[in-house]
Design a protein around this ligand. Structure first.
Ligand SMILES: C[S@@+](CC[C@H](N)C(=O)[O-])C[C@H]1O[C@@H](n2cnc3c(N)ncnc32)[C@H](O)[C@@H]1O
Length: 280
């Protein structure tokens, strides 16, 4: 224990250990749908009450979500190999390590305490930068705008923790500042939000969800266009083909179930082009 790193994070920040533990757990499987040896390393290096953050078999939901976001980022990079990806609320996500094509420009944005912890493990380079800021701050967008477009903003399991007004304001600001950019995010229904609050209370976590969204189409009023809205059980075709057989059999059933209960969605949106051009 003595040589492990101690992390002292607030309620919002400590939630990063939940998806981290999920990716580490998945990596240990014989046929993982996503392999993240870096996550295993991080879990082993930090002094963590793993039981508090490990969701057991339920972890697969987070891993499917992450694999789907990875697929969207890869697809963006196929078309725009020199573009810029901004990982909002990055936590200890290792997406850059999983998808780096050697030319992408990358920003990992999170609250200062999280970025301080990240910096113990990840060094900035000429293409990869960490940004210690709240997504609600103004300055980070100026920094991102110095990097070459097109842009893809990825917000996995982060906006849900913000109050609805802040989510709307953030998305509106991104839409205005970065016309023609992609935004990948996840949305959770009101019903899910109520269930989640009971669950985190039982787990001893402080963070509460603040934003429920029953249908991501509602976000189109913020200057966005919905490109895709799906469940975590229906990843893009190239990823589906690579999945272990067990997943290929069970995912269509899970997809139908998730559609029926309307629990949560992953959505890819596009900011609308506007006549004033980028950076207006
Ligand atoms: C559940 S974790 C998700 C981490 C990461 N996206 C992943 O999937 O592994 C939520 C993250 O959002 C970050 N966060 C919460 N509020 C934020 C804010 N206002 N600005 C930036 N990041 C924030 C937390 O510090 C935490 O790292």
């Amino acid at each position: 224990m003595a040589d492990k790193i101690t992390a002292q994070l607030g309620g919002a920040e400590e939630t990063l250990f939940i998806p981290l533990a999920a990716r580490a757990r998945e990596t240990g499987k014989r046929h993982p749908l996503l392999s993240d040896p870096r996550a295993v390393e991080l879990v082993q290096s930090i002094d963590l009450p793993v039981g508090k953050y490990d969701r057991g078999r339920g972890s697969v939901v987070m891993v499917l979500r992450t694999a789907l976001f990875d697929a969207w980022v890869r697809s963006f990079l196929d078309t725009h190999p020199h573009g810029t990806v901004v990982e909002i609320g990055t936590g200890l996500n290792t997406r850059f390590d999983r998808v780096d094509n050697g030319t992408v420009h990358w920003f990992d944005l999170d609250l200062p305490d999280t970025i301080a912890l990240r910096r113990r493990f990840f060094a900035d380079t000429d293409r990869r930068h960490s940004l210690a800021a709240s997504v609600l701050d103004d300055d980070w967008m100026d920094r991102v705008a110095t990097s070459p477009g097109p842009y893809l903003f990825v917000a996995e399991a982060v906006l849900v923790y913000l109050p609805e007004d802040d989510v709307r304001r953030t998305l509106t600001r991104i839409a205005h500042r970065f016309p023609d950019a992609g935004i990948a995010l996840d949305t959770y229904s009101r019903r899910m939000m109520r269930m989640q609050h009971n669950r985190v209370e039982a787990a001893g976590l402080d963070a509460r969800w603040g934003w429920a969204c029953d249908d991501p189409r509602a976000l189109e009023s913020l200057g966005l266009r919905l490109v895709e809205s799906t469940t975590i059980a229906r990843p893009p075709q190239p990823l589906r083909r690579r999945l272990p057989l067990g997943y290929r059999i069970t995912l269509p059933l899970l997809h139908q179930f998730l559609l029926r209960i309307g629990a949560f969605r992953v959505a890819l949106l596009h900011t609308r082009p506007h006549p004033d051009g980028p950076g207006a």
